[in-house]
Design a protein around this ligand. Structure first.
Ligand SMILES: O=C(O)CCC(=O)C(=O)O
Length: 319
């Protein structure tokens, strides 16, 4: 598959989401699955050497091994993947998937050919019973700076295993993405921002199952959430975001160069992490082509994070 069809784009514009079940060629996810397997194995070896884990669970498949490990050692097994804010891992296979031709061709259909990889991307191994695996209703713009509310920061949600209703696919609230940013509160379940039921616009939410190899596209203003799941499958997914190079970003800037005195509308939509150019016909010299450069940049921001945007959200009952 190359570009998306006019019908798909019209659906996205109207509904605020789009499921594309066959975005990637079948082998495209394998390198990242293998990279994550190796990372988990390394962490399991470390924890066993420290006497905190009885077994490595090597016989378990990608879909289940982390469930077993997590049952013994909890979130400790996830640290190498999630880092401090969610962007701890910046491996080669991750970079190759973020810059995969099939994905960028689809992204270009939404935002044009000058593409910046937005700093906010996450690998989410959603484990049954894991507190942070449950993400309450929010719009991604609830986290971003307000001057980006009118711009499209496209979320591409890419499951690494089949994501079904039973294994905790996302739920979306269609046709509500053109009503601005709803009030969010802090201290939601799992520590996330959230929109209370009373602040949600009327509408009928729906499940968005996506098979491995497919993707779910969302706008930054589409309310969505992720419910608990009770199977023993780890619903591995990657959510990665892209924006047009015209939308404010920090591509080419190091975290030490962040200047709080820069007018707000010139700052990146999400300054704590690194934006980077992934495709450009106007400035091909700016494209980050080597995984090593991506990795270095990512890790630099992981150590020194500029401050997150403040939108004035407060806990329930304090406004
Ligand atoms: O993957 C999930 O369970 C939640 C993802 C999400 O809320 C997001 O990408 O904004």
């Amino acid at each position: 598959m190359s570009r998306l069809s006019p019908d798909q784009l019209a659906f996205f514009a109207r509904e605020g989401y789009l499921v594309v079940p066959d975005l990637f060629p079948p082998a495209a996810l394998e390198p990242l699955r293998a990279e994550l397997t190796a990372l988990i194995h390394r962490e399991a070896l470390r924890l066993r050497a420290e006497g905190r884990l009885t077994r490595l669970y090597e016989e378990e498949p990608f879909e289940r091994r982390l469930t077993r490990l997590h049952a013994e050692v909890g979130d400790e097994i996830l640290k190498a993947i999630t880092g401090r804010g969610g962007g701890g891992h910046s491996g080669r296979a991750l970079f190759e998937l973020i810059t995969h031709r099939a994905l960028l061709q689809a992204v270009e259909s939404f935002i044009g050919p000058e593409i910046v990889g937005s700093s906010v991307y996450r690998i989410r191994p959603k484990i049954p019973g894991q507190v942070r695996g449950v993400v309450p209703w929010h719009q991604d713009s609830g986290y971003f700076a307000p001057h980006c509310d009118q711009s499209l920061v496209l979320t591409c949600w890419v499951p690494l295993v089949d994501a079904t209703t039973q294994t905790g696919c996302l739920q979306v609230l269609p046709r509500t993405h053109q009503q601005g940013i709803f009030r969010h509160h802090t201290n939601g379940p799992g520590g996330y921002l959230f929109i209370t039921d009373g602040d949600l616009p009327p509408g009928q939410w729906l499940d968005t199952p996506v098979p491995a190899g497919g993707a779910l596209f969302l706008t930054n203003c589409t309310p969505h959430r992720s419910l608990p799941h009770h199977t023993d499958v780890v619903r591995w997914s990657l959510d990665v975001r892209y924006q047009s190079a015209e939308v404010p970003n920090n591509a080419g800037q190091l975290p030490e160069q962040f200047d709080a005195a820069t007018p707000a509308h010139e700052q990146a939509c999400y300054p704590p992490e690194a934006d980077f150019v992934v495709q450009s016909r106007l400035h091909p010299e700016k494209v980050v082509r080597r995984w090593e450069d991506f990795d270095q940049l990512r890790q630099r921001y992981e150590k020194l994070r500029p401050p997150a945007p403040q939108r004035g959200w407060v806990p329930v009952g304090q406004d």
